[in-house]
Each structure stands twice: as structure tokens, then as C-alpha cells.
Design a protein around this ligand. Structure first.
Ligand code: PLP
Length: 364
């Protein structure tokens, strides 16, 4: 405990710091980063040019209402712009939700392989994180329902989920929404929604319910993870609450300009989705041929399964020594797995080849 009776708010000291994907290997210059689910092609030219132009406005405070960006999002997705809120990554929107709706004595529900920020943000607002089982690495709606109580204030699921890559259907999500206790909100984290052709991320369910919020990000398919922009869509009453805790200038001119241009450049999104689907299928098959199975993934990564923790760690070290960085997911209760982001074609070939070498040496 700290001295002088200086003590942080309840929950803060329970937080285990978020560990991001590795980006460097000592002594290796030609590193391939497949550890953070980034778009290997980066953002499109329109977003980059818009960001560059924003340099002329550095002395100007940004818009407080993000009207232009919200209009662009609404136009593309067919949503009501008044019910969109923009944040510093979708993580910030998740933070607004926890800060606004969960505190000491309240529970925040998520699944055993759910995104690490859910636990961190629950603790940060003094609430109690509650983790329920999945079924063979798939969100289990029955387990979530069984985990609910009158203390439940927020239920987080990512669909598709990270790091499993699996997804549940619209009927299951609707059943979850219908089972919420009074006063609870279902949050549909759609960080990977764009990788599923034709999927609305849960927007229609948001429209149909008073207790469902969807979050989306520019960090994944839009290739803007370094810039930090995300958004949420929900019932007007909930968005109005979140807007009260949002800082008026949370997004800079550069963030707003790049995100608006990116939203209006759907050709780049379509291209990225197409390449991801092609290479994801290819990589999954290539690893399976090397004796490394994975579930069909709906995101821009696959979760490779190894015989045990030891083999997963040995493979990670083998890859790392060759400059290939993938993600250890022991912190997600998956110590026998490695999450591999779908890179460009040369990266996918390199990682598949190296895993083949590892397995050949392993079994020889
Ligand atoms: C990457 C990711 C996010 C997005 O985070 P940002 O703050 O928008 O960069 C949110 N949820 C999940 C499940 C993710 O994997």
C-alpha cells in the first residue's frame, strides 16, 4: 500500500497491464510483425493524404462533435449519425461504457478467451470482472446467461472474437440480448466485423433493442491502428450518457481527417478483405498440412493450436529467431496456442514455411 494514505480508487491496483504484440527482436533487422492484427497493407492513400493535409491545421482545436466523421460512418453503414460516438480507438468507447455504467458492486461479464481490455476497464471503474467458459473456443450464450445476476451491468462479446477467430450467429446474439437482466447493456465489439462480408456487426440488433451497443474500430481493416480511432453505435439515451464523459477534444484534426477519408475509401476495405480471406484460407490449410490445426477464423488472424504449452512456446521461440513475431496467448487462457495475424503473401509463406521446419525438426 502507498504511504500518506494516498490510495488509488477501488480496482485500480487489480489491473494487470495490457501486453501488446511484440514488434522487435534483438539482432534481427528483417522482422515480420504478425502479432497485433494490423492490416499488412496499412491505410489507403486517401487516408494518408488527408492526414498529411491536417498538418496545416495544427494550431486549430478540432471539432468537438465529430460531425463530419459521424456523417461519413452513418452514410456508409446506413445508421443514424446522432447515435454514433467516436473515441480514441474503440477501447475508449469501451472505457466510456464501463465508467458510465459499472462501479463498485457491479459485475462486468465476458468469456474466458475474451479481449483483455474488458477485464482492465472493469477494474478501472471499480467493478468486478466475471469470466465465463466458452465451448470449444466459441462464445457460449448459455454460460453467459448462467453468469448473469442483478449485479450484471455490462456484457462484452467480440464477434468475431479475438484471439479465437470464432463467431456466433445472429440468433444467438439476439437470444443473449433477450436474456439480459434489467439495467444491463450488451456490448457487441465489432473490431473484426468488416472482415466478414455483408455482416453488419450487430447494427440491426442495436436498432431493434434499447440495451445493445456496438463498437467498431479503424485499427484493423482500415489499417489505422497507430492513429487510434474507433466508434460506437447505440440507443440515443446511452450515447448521450457516454458523450458526457467523453472529453470534447478527444480526437485530433489528423485523426478525424484520416478516419473520414478512410471511411469514404471502401475500395481499400474491399481489397483488404479479399486478400485476407484468400491468405487466411491458404495459411490455415498450410498449417494443417504441417500438423497444426486451427478453427475456421472470421478475423484477420488464425489461432494455431499446438500439442501443449511447451510446443507452442518452442515454436514461438523458433519463429522469433527467424524474425517472425506472432502472439503468445497464455494470458487469454490459451497457453498451447499462438495467434498469427494474416500478413501479406510473402509473410504468410514465410511463417508457414518456418512452422513446417519447426514441426519437421520437432518430429524427427
Ligand atoms: C483490436 C481490438 C479492438 C480495437 O481496439 P482499438 O482501441 O480500436 O484499437 C477492440 N476489440 C477487440 C476484440 C480487438 O481485438
Amino acid at each position: 500500500m502507498m504511504t500518506n494514505k494516498i490510495e488509488p480508487q477501488p480496482g485500480i491496483m487489480e489491473i494487470d497491464l495490457y501486453v501488446g504484440g511484440a514488434s522487435k527482436v534483438d539482432g534481427v533487422s528483417d522482422v515480420v510483425k504478425l502479432s497485433s492484427n494490423e492490416n499488412p497493407y496499412g491505410p489507403g492513400d486517401a487516408a494518408k493524404e488527408a492526414y498529411a493535409r491536417a498538418v496545416h491545421d495544427l494550431h486549430r482545436y478540432p471539432s468537438t462533435d465529430h460531425a463530419e466523421l459521424r456523417e461519413a460512418i452513418a452514410a456508409h453503414h446506413g445508421l443514424d449519425p446522432a447515435r454514433i460516438i467516436c473515441g480514441v480507438g474503440s477501447d475508449e468507447v469501451l472505457q466510456f461504457l464501463c465508467q458510465s455504467f459499472a462501479g463498485p458492486g457491479d459485475e462486468v461479464l465476458f468469456t474466458e478467451h475474451g479481449f483483455g481490455m474488458y477485464r482492465i476497464l472493469a477494474h478501472a471503474s471499480g467493478a468486478t470482472p466475471v469470466e465465463v467458459k466458452e465451448k470449444d473456443r466459441v462464445t457460449d450464450v448459455d454460460a453467459l446467461i448462467a453468469g448473469m445476476s442483478e449485479k450484471t451491468k455490462l456484457v462484452f462479446i467480440a464477434n468475431p472474437n479475438n484471439p479465437t477467430g470464432t463467431m456466433i450467429g445472429g440468433n444467438e446474439v439476439a437470444r443473449l440480448a433477450d436474456s439480459l437482466p434489467e439495467g444491463a447493456i450488451l456490448v457487441l465489439d465489432g473490431a473484426y466485423a468488416e472482415y466478414v462480408q455483408g455482416f453488419d456487426g450487430g447494427a440491426a440488433l442495436v436498432e431493434a433493442r434499447s440495451n445493445v451497443v456496438m463498437t467498431r474500430t479503424f485499427s484493423k481493416i482500415y489499417g489505422l491502428g497507430g492513429l487510434r480511432i474507433g466508434w460506437g453505435y447505440g440507443p440515443q439515451e446511452i450515447i448521450d450518457v457516454l458523450t458526457r464523459v467523453r472529453q470534447p477534444f478527444n480526437l485530433s484534426n489528423g485523426q478525424l481527417a484520416a478516419a473520414t477519408a478512410a471511411m469514404n475509401d471502401q475500395a481499400h476495405v474491399a481489397r483488404s478483405r479479399r486478400e485476407n480471406t484468400r491468405l487466411r484460407d491458404w495459411l490455415r490449410n498450410a498449417l494443417a498440412e504441417h500438423g497444426v490445426p486451427s478453427d475456421p477464423s472470421f478475423g484477420n488472424f488464425i489461432l494455431a493450436r499446438f500439442a501443449d504449452t511447451e510446443e507452442a512456446q518452442a515454436c514461438d521461440a523458433f519463429l522469433r529467431a527467424r524474425g517472425l513475431l506472432v502472439r503468445q496467448v497464455a494470458g487469454y487462457n490459451l497457453p498451447h496456442c499462438l495467434r498469427i495475424t494474416i500478413g501479406d503473401e510473402p509473410s504468410c509463406r514465410r511463417v508457414a514455411h518456418a512452422i513446417g521446419q519447426f514441426k519437421a525438426g520437432d518430429e524427427a
